[in-house]
Design a protein around this ligand. Structure first.
Ligand code: LFR
Length: 465
């Protein structure tokens, strides 16, 4: 049988891409057909995503994919979590806010006045993140005037097919899905004063939503994948046995283990570990660490002063640095918002009586060191709190290309670090579609062995300290 051709639309916080995947007998590959920038846009009412521009880029990317591969069989869409558009009468009436918009602070207060985090954790299992959808809903001005909401990948799927649904893995990040039932949490929704009729039908990854609307001129089915990007990335961790931890490292570092059932202990809540929904009903037990955001925000700032600042040059110099740099707490909530990142890192150091980095290279080294510390801490905590033993750490996504980061994680953890694939999210997206269409079969473990065979990870062994 010839390889099947599948398109993955993968929308990240700094860029989006349309990838073409080939899946066949002994074959699994992905290649980019379109890449386009993404980022926050400031409007009068706050920080948003430019969803119209994103959708145009997705359509252009899919058109390019079909030109290259007219036999495209299906399309799947994933993106970051929690953000949504408000809908009325089938129209988008309020475009998505960016989760880094600070209006959510008021939402947190409103929600916690009704149900504190301990109560929420018992039903939704989510770590506290101020931007989880339920807090955004509580900060909404317009909720009374709308008849629905769609998370970002569900919105793109709706525009492609005309079907409004909520895919389960991403719905699990709203805070309004009940962990025990896997359904919308009617009691919590009512308690928080939201209308139950806003909530779309839930579908599991692998559900075929239907063909792309005729007028778009793209002949393919749309399949719901693990539409939370992290869920797709975890599918494509090339693990060959069970005792692994993963770090899905891009803008965020999502660090944890995969489980069959959630951990809802007070210790888990206090450590701010989340139980997000994975593909095939698995639990993504993990913690959000700030991730490469710290680096990209610093570089963005420095480039305003000097357009020639280049991340790769800085990374090379940071690897060669022999002076000591400060380790700061990469989990500190002050690093969430955009702008002024070097100053905020310096302020953290001053407050904690450690000398702040003095040069850009020192900042870069300090960030990578601090991320590696936070990642290794999170791996240990995930293992301790869940009782799952871990003997190897897989790092996937953009961060897997950062050699200094990978080596420092190996050194600090004393475990081998297996790095790659960089495009894990798109690969996981493609594999869930391929399985839904019967081109591959089996459990997540079988899918992962396909990934391991096709994308051999780079191995970093701990150096003695
Ligand atoms: C990563 C990610 C994280 C989620 C954050 C905000 O891209 O999806 O998993 O916590 O973005 O949505």
């Amino acid at each position: 049988m010839n390889a099947q051709v599948i398109a993955a639309v993968d929308l990240g916080a700094t860029s989006g891409r349309v990838m073409l995947g080939h899946v066949g007998h002994n074959e699994l590959s992905v290649r980019p057909v379109a890449r386009f920038p993404n980022g926050p846009v400031r409007r009068a009412d706050g920080l948003h995503w430019d969803i119209d521009a994103l959708y145009s880029s997705v359509l252009a990317g899919l058109a390019a994919a079909v030109r290259e591969e007219p036999q495209l069989s299906s399309i799947g869409v994933d993106s970051w979590a929690v953000d949504y558009a408000l809908m009325a009468g089938g129209q988008m009436v309020a475009p998505p806010f960016h989760y880094r918009d600070d209006r959510t602070a008021a939402g947190v207060e409103r929600v916690h006045a009704i149900a504190d985090h301990a109560e929420l954790y018992a039903s939704n299992g989510l770590q506290f993140l101020p931007f989880n959808t339920l807090y955004q809903f509580a900060a909404e001005q317009n909720l009374a005037e709308v008849d629905g909401f769609l998370l970002v990948p569900d919105l793109i799927n709706y525009w492609l097919t005309g079907r409004q649904v909520a895919e389960q893995t991403n719905a699990s990040t709203t805070g309004l899905l009940n962990l025990a039932t896997g359904q919308w949490d009617d009691a919590l929704i009512e308690k928080l004063g939201f209308s139950r009729s806003l909530f779309p039908e839930l579908v599991t990854p692998g559900t075929t939503l239907g063909p792309v609307r005729d007028e778009l001129g793209i002949r393919a089915d749309v399949v719901a994948v693990g539409s939370h990007d992290t869920a797709s990335a975890v599918v494509a961790v090339p693990a060959t046995n069970d005792d692994f931890a993963y770090i899905s490292c891009g803008t965020w570092g999502l660090v944890g283990v995969e489980l069959n059932s959630p951990v809802l202990t007070e210790a888990s809540r206090a450590a701010n570990f989340t139980n997000e929904g994975g593909v095939d009903g698995r639990v993504r037990y993990l913690h959000n660490v700030m991730g490469l955001w710290l680096l990209s925000e610093c570089v963005r700032d420095w480039q305003k002063e000097d357009a020639s600042v280049d991340l790769l040059d800085l990374l090379a110099a940071a690897s060669a640095l022999t002076t000591t740099v400060p380790i700061f707490d990469a989990n500190d909530a002050r690093f969430l918002a955009p702008d002024g990142m070097p100053e905020r890192i310096a302020a953290w150091c001053t407050e904690h009586d450690v000398p702040a980095p003095q040069s850009r290279v020192e900042f870069v080294r300090s960030i990578i060191e601090s991320l590696s510390v936070a990642f290794v801490d999170a791996v240990r905590t995930a293992s301790d709190l869940s009782g799952k033993s871990v003997s190897v750490i897989h790092i996937v996504g953009g961060g897997s290309q950062n050699e200094l980061l990978c080596q420092l994680i190996a050194d600090r953890s004393g475990m081998p670090v297996l790095a790659g694939p960089v495009e894990a999210t798109a690969i996981g997206n493609v594999l869930v579609q391929a399985r839904a269409q019967g081109f591959v079969e089996g459990s997540l473990e079988s899918l992962r062995s396909l990934v391991a065979a096709a994308f051999s990870p780079k191995r970093y062994l701990p150096r003695s300290q």
